[in-house]
Every structure is written in structure tokens, then in C-alpha cells.
Design a protein. Structure first.
Length: 169
């Protein structure tokens, strides 16, 4: 990948930040004109870097996927596997609750290396919590990822359902 000129990089960063804010607030129907206006660039500047609104949405969603991957990786380093899983899950739920683009745009990115890396990190986090006896054994990483967008109203209920149940004495 070629390195961008400093001004081009600044414009790209502004476009991605504005697009992130716009998609988060208004969902996928926000106009490119609104994104360009918020970024302080022309409509053409957006389309020089992103050939379509879908390409821009994918770039925004993948930035959040990278954040989720980093959070899962960080949680893997925490000593308490159950608490680490809970913290990651709550952080992911908060990110989804604040960002409509993740919910509406994630499906466009499922076949990417970034999503595969996130699924791998979440898988390791899930298996670690299961080995520690903190998470049900019949739940897989995809189950967890599918529950995250739905958990914004009742994360405690979802987490309670995910926790391992102690065998009766």
C-alpha cells in the first residue's frame, strides 16, 4: 500500500471520522454529502478514496472490528477469565449500542481478514472463560458475537444466561 501525502491522510482521517459519526447516529442511509460536509471536504474527495458508500461503510465498520479485536486480545491478558469475558462483552455491547453502523453494516464485512481475526480473538476469550468454569460450554464464539447487538437493553440478563451453572451439590 502506498503512503499518502500528509494532506491526503488528514482528509482520509477526517472523512472516516465524520463517516463513523454519521453512520453511528443516522445509520446506513446517511448521505455522502452529509459526511463530506462534516469532514470539511468536497463530495469528490470522498469518492476519490471510496468508490461507493458501501466501501466507505465497510471501512468504518472494519475500524470498529479492529477495536473489538484489540479489546478481546487485551481481555485475554487479564488474570480473571470470567471477569475479562464480562468486561469485553459489556464493552462490545456499549460499542454496538452507540453505533448503528455496526448493526446495519456488519454483514457487508463478514468475509474479511479483520472479522476473521476478531472471531479468532473472541473464540480464544470464550474458550478461556469456559476452561475457567465461568462460561457455559454449549456456547460458541459466534453465539456470543450474535448476542452482542441484542444485549444493549439487558446485558446482565444475557450475561447471566451465558454463565456456567454450577452442578447441584
Amino acid at each position: 500500500m502506498t503512503e499518502l501525502r500528509a494532506d491526503a491522510q488528514r482528509n482520509l482521517d477526517r472523512v472516516l471520522e465524520a463517516a463513523s459519526d454519521c453512520f453511528a447516529e443516522q445509520g446506513v442511509d446517511v448521505s455522502i454529502d452529509e459526511i463530506a460536509r462534516r469532514a470539511g471536504v468536497g463530495h469528490g474527495t470522498v469518492f476519490r478514496r471510496f468508490p461507493s458508500k458501501d466501501a466507505l461503510l465497510s471501512a468504518v465498520v472494519l475500524r470498529r472490528v479492529v477495536e473489538l479485536t484489540a479489546a478481546a486480545e487485551s481481555a485475554l491478558a487479564e488474570p480473571d477469565a470470567g471477569a475479562a469475558f464480562d468486561r469485553f462483552f459489556r464493552m462490545a455491547v456499549d460499542l454496538y449500542a452507540q453505533n448503528r453502523a455496526l448493526v446495519e453494516g456488519f454483514g457487508r464485512c463478514v468475509e474479511t481478514a479483520e472479522v476473521a481475526a476478531m472471531e479468532d480473538a473472541v473464540g480464544r476469550l470464550v474458550r478461556r472463560a469456559q476452561r475457567a468454569g465461568a462460561l457455559r460450554r454449549d456456547v460458541g464464539p459466534r453465539d456470543v458475537l450474535e448476542l452482542i447487538p441484542a444485549a444493549n437493553r439487558h446485558p446482565d440478563v444475557i450475561l447471566d444466561g451465558l454463565r456456567a451453572v454450577a452442578a447441584p451439590a
